[in-house]
Design a binder for this molecule. Sequence first.
Ligand SMILES: [Zn+2]
Length: 340
Amino acid sequence: MNTTPSSKTDTGTPLNAHTACPSCGGRSAQIIANQDGKTGETLITVSCSDCGLGRIDPLPTDQELAEWYATQYRQAYKSAVQPALRHVLRAGRNAQLRWQWLRQNSVGLEPAHNTHPRRSLDIGSSSGEFVYLMHTLGFQAKGIEPHAGYATYARNMLGIDVNNVTLQQGLASEAAWSLDLISMFHVLEHLPDPVSALRTMGEKLKPEGLLYIEVPNALRLCSPHYMFFRAHTLYFTGETLRNLLEIAGFKIVAHNADASDNLSVVAQFVKAQNTSAARDDSHPLVSAQQARRWVPYLLQQLRDGQPLRKWRVRQEEKRNAAQYADGLSLLNDLYAQKSA
Ligand SMILES: [Zn+2]
């Protein structure tokens, strides 16, 4: 089985990586996958032998990644966007669930503090549902979104402060120690240099301010395909996510269960870098990939009634969303129901 040249990139093969692990600096790694799940092109994804973080190798530079996005999404990135109302409904509900989780897992985030509104920044705000929720709750809420179409939609439809800039540009325009909350949902796994980005965020937070991050759990059950692709530079487990935050100078305030489909964590910037952060050389991402097979995956989906459940959810979203003329009226109704 291991005689063909391509076997050099089989799952579990050790290698000396081209670029160092952005979390611990190690180069020793094992291959998780050798293909881009979307395009079939060669793409080496590895698991760090020192800390267990997953990453593509070589990691792109910020510049290379920006150029890649620009080429891939040239049309999409410039054209106007009008998200389907059922997507707005789903994103609005997600925003509410995220806010609930944050409230339950942290203290001191009442919208007003000594009559000054709290300030929040959502990085990668997409069509703006979370920013609009924070605005509705009384926060002085901002978003940054690199996709011009989404940023324009959020500003025009929802009337919120969303800037069409990159993460670096957006953070550079914020004053030091000025924010009560920075949220970042499904963005960290796209960054090539997460430690420096996280540190910059930490410096913009007030001393009691909170960083709220959500990323996909790379250990979740999913089909053998469609897992690894160029847009994702990093792959997290609960442990490697917390580890990375500690290395960047944060202390963990709360996190959800390590078995969740998405990993959520709330953290505070304490500046002190934890250089003795946890090590993990057991390669859980490699084992998870080796365990991904079509038959068990499909059987599990059927056993849990997933296809039917997904269909029912879509039908409900369509029916519900069809009552509204636009995203603003939908979100106003949704957000009023919950807080009533
Ligand atoms: Zn590492």
